[in-house]
Design a protein around this ligand. Structure first.
Ligand code: XIL
Length: 348
């Protein structure tokens, strides 16, 4: 058995992994218990899975992860209360089943807004009350910034935004605080938080919300990154920037893709990946964890978006951009749970 990653970083931050319920058993379960002290659901706590129909909450799969975390003394991140993706349509339909975003009558639009905010409140309240004693960090909203949005604040023009403006964000945080208590750690989570102009758009929003008294405790940096992008300096600047607002930072969905964007060309199978790629990746992991440790007073958790290379959402993307054939290899354990060069450097 190889030394535990979370023990290695015990003085700095907890180390987590994203999981599907089936990964709580077998080899995955063993690696989880040995190396990670924090877990997060890769999918089963998202709105579409937790409240697929209005008022019909489905906690079955989520509960499995909560139970595993408890039994093994692990921290739990909740991902995610509100998101524009993996969200059921019903949230955005009015009482007559019509899409709220198509409503033109100002009075009816005002009613729709109220209704949607009620739904946000109920969704958040129900979940937070249920899991308040189990969850250590909540992704309250996910990916609310879109640097390509047509408004000048870079607010993602999701149905949430089109119907409520930024009120859905406020209501989500306020409700999470109300029912989670002051100990609930509340995060705003996003990707490309290191990269301009997105970093500053997120910063401006967070600052603005804090000034309005919205209870945000930290920023979740997804960190779906590549071997050469973004730069270590950009990552450092971003963490320091949000820390300057008095906020915690968590690295919430770390994976280091072998590819640029789009991931093309991709290696067709795992066996096609040359060892030199893993060496290149290890150099990156080394610099990354050196930085995280240097900033550890501002970072409370580092979570990988998976356990080992045999299960990663990046494979779906590699396939998607390479005619259905392609793999990625973003983690420190390979597709047979053996340690990679990246493991050796971060344990050094
Ligand atoms: C991804 C999951 O990994 C996939 O299994 C699913 O099909 C789509 O969502 N940003 C997020 C995560 O916040 O929820 C996403 O997870 C990856 C990007």
């Amino acid at each position: 058995e190889v030394p535990s990653i979370s023990e290695r970083y015990d003085n700095s931050f907890t180390i987590g992994a994203a999981v599907e319920p089936y990964q709580l058993e077998g080899m995955n379960g063993e690696v989880l218990k040995r190396h990670y002290t924090s877990i997060v659901a890769e999918n089963v706590m998202k709105p579409i899975n937790i409240q697929p129909e209005e008022g019909k909450f489905n906690f079955k799969e989520a509960d499995k992860i909560v139970k595993f975390a408890k039994e093994n003394n692990m921290d739990l991140r909740f991902h995610t209360l509100i998101w524009h993706s993996q969200v059921p349509e019903w949230f955005f339909l009015d009482k007559n089943g019509n899409p709220m975003i198509e409503e033109t009558d100002p009075k009816q639009r005002e009613k729709n807004k109220k209704l949607l905010l009620k739904r946000v409140e109920k969704h958040v309240k129900t979940i937070v009350k249920r899991y308040k004693n189990d969850v250590d960090a909540w992704d309250v909203v996910n990916e609310v910034i879109d640097e390509y949005a047509s408004n000048d604040k870079g607010l993602r023009e999701s149905p949430w935004y089109q119907i409520t403006g930024t009120d859905y964000i406020k209501v989500a945080f306020e409700t999470a605080r109300k029912y989670g208590g002051k100990d609930a750690k509340l995060y705003i989570n996003d990707y490309n938080t290191e990269v301009q102009p997105k970093r500053d758009l997120l910063y401006n929003l967070v600052k603005d919300l804090l000034e309005q008294g919205v209870p945000i405790d930290g920023v979740g940096h997804q960190a779906h990154i590549q071997i050469g992008w973004p730069s270590i300096q950009e990552i450092e600047d971003s963490i320091r920037l949000f820390a300057s607002l008095g906020l915690d930072n968590q690295i919430t969905e770390l994976d280091v893709s072998l590819y640029g964007w789009p991931p093309r060309p991709a290696y067709p199978t795992y066996e096609d990946i040359p060892e030199s790629e893993f060496e290149r990746q290890a150099v990156r992991y080394n610099a990354l964890f050196e930085l995280y440790v240097r900033l550890d007073s501002n970072i409370s958790n580092v979570t990988f978006w998976g356990i080992a290379d045999n299960h990663t959402w990046l494979n779906d993307r590699a396939e998607q951009y390479n005619d259905g054939v392609g793999v990625d290899a973003p983690f420190v354990f390979d597709n047979e749970y053996q340690v990679k060069p990246a493991y050796d450097v971060i344990m050094d």
